[in-house]
Design a protein around this ligand. Structure first.
Ligand SMILES: [Zn+2]
Length: 388
């Protein structure tokens, strides 16, 4: 009798972890992290909070997967090889997990960055579970199929991106990288906190804006009247993603630690003025040759200038607005997207975003923001509600 009871008891004990398999564990783990003070990658013990299955790195923030191969041709994605689970190997010493191989080290570092980005949006008031599961494809084989015969297909390297293949299959793609140097400033994009916030913001934008549009408006054909608005949406998507990244990291030039190219003018401190040719590009270029970063960089830089002015930072001084102000900016941006999502979105243009953005400010802050908009957003200033 006693024996039987013991057997039941031990069976019960065995079943507990299976039944409560979704419980999140708190994991202290050594990883590669970007240290803004030394501008280097360093080994650091951080706490990962949201994993519900440690061996396969699966949790509320994302599920890391490996082995995928896809082709991107225009707006079509072909999956050549489906992904597989990954294995996180570590040695536990005095309560801290030390990754036992390089991939485990890289994968847990990436998970942590995505988790931190998710927690940032949750702090802004977002229920991230409504977006559905977001996978992260580690060391993904992603090929851009050449649009013409004279060009060759190209595998993407040293990059990280968010991709919504369809309603069920969406997530982050981390391409093979060779820029990890613990003694240098080269931060792989997938371990750059600003970049991961930017990519996570694309998932949020997809959910709040793009998912609410019918397909013929979201992916218009070249001769569709919705074409120009699709370009503006792409630009807003890129610009707003940078706004969140700068707000979270407090680094207006967060990309520079990963990409040295001077071709990429993404520093939010740049004084970019909106010009008519930006509209001409949005109207004249088809979906893919259109460069969304021109208007995108404008949006990020003007929002940063508004933050500086609200913080009372004088011209010529490169102080960064304090955490509380940057959080306000992120909150206004997030709430603007949410409000826009409840409206008719097909004609979503930058002026609509700024109308929502200034609507949430105090009268005093509005005056400051409108003065900046009057100076830099001249062609469309009159369309910003609340600034007249
Ligand atoms: Zn982007």
């Amino acid at each position: 009798m006693i024996k039987k009871l013991t057997l039941y008891a031990s069976l019960y004990m065995l079943w507990i972890p299976l039944i409560s398999g979704c419980e999140e564990s708190i994991l202290k783990v050594e990883m590669l992290a970007y240290d803004p003070v030394s501008d280097q990658m360093v080994y650091k013990i951080n706490t990962v909070e949201t994993l519900d299955d440690v061996p396969t790195l699966s949790g509320r923030a994302t599920r890391i997967r490996g082995g995928i191969s896809i082709d991107i041709s225009g707006d079509k994605v072909t999956v050549n090889r489906a992904g597989t689970p990954v294995a996180f190997n570590s040695v536990k010493i005095k309560g801290v997990h030390y990754p036992a191989d390089y991939d485990s080290l890289a994968m847990i570092s990436i998970y942590y960055n995505i988790e931190q980005a998710m927690l940032f949006f949750e702090n802004l008031g977002m229920d991230t579970t409504t977006m559905g599961k977001l996978d992260t494809w580690y060391w993904a084989d992603v090929n851009i199929i050449a649009p013409t015969n004279s060009e060759t297909d190209e595998a993407i390297l040293n990059n990280a991106l968010f991709l919504a293949v369809n309603g069920d299959n969406r997530g982050f793609y981390v391409m093979p990288f060779d820029t990890t140097r613990i003694d240098g400033p080269d931060v792989p994009l997938s371990m750059n906190p600003g970049v991961l916030t930017h990519e996570y913001a694309h998932a949020v934008f997809q959910y709040l804006v793009l998912d609410r549009l019918p397909a013929h408006i979201q992916y218009p054909s070249v001769d569709s009247p919705f074409y120009i608005n699709a370009n503006y949406r792409m630009a807003l998507n890129e610009g707003i993603a940078d706004v969140f990244a700068v707000a979270r990291t407090g680094d207006p030039d967060f990309m520079v630690t990963s990409i040295k190219s001077t071709m990429i003018a993404r520093n939010a401190e740049s004084e970019i003025v909106y010009t008519d040719w930006m509209d001409r590009n949005a109207a004249g270029y088809t979906y893919y040759p259109f460069d969304p970063y021109q208007i995108g960089a404008f949006i990020s830089s003007i929002v940063y200038e508004i933050a500086r002015q609200i913080a009372g930072i004088p011209d010529g001084n490169d102080d960064v607005p304090a955490d509380a102000i940057r959080f306000r900016i992120a909150k206004w941006t997030y709430d603007s997207l949410q409000r826009l999502g409840e409206e008719n979105l097909p004609d979503f243009v930058p002026a609509h975003f700024f109308s929502q953005f200034v609507a949430q400010m105090s009268k005093e802050q509005q005056l400051v923001a409108c003065a900046v908009l009057a100076e830099r957003f001249m062609p469309h200033y009159s369309e910003v509600e609340g600034c007249q």
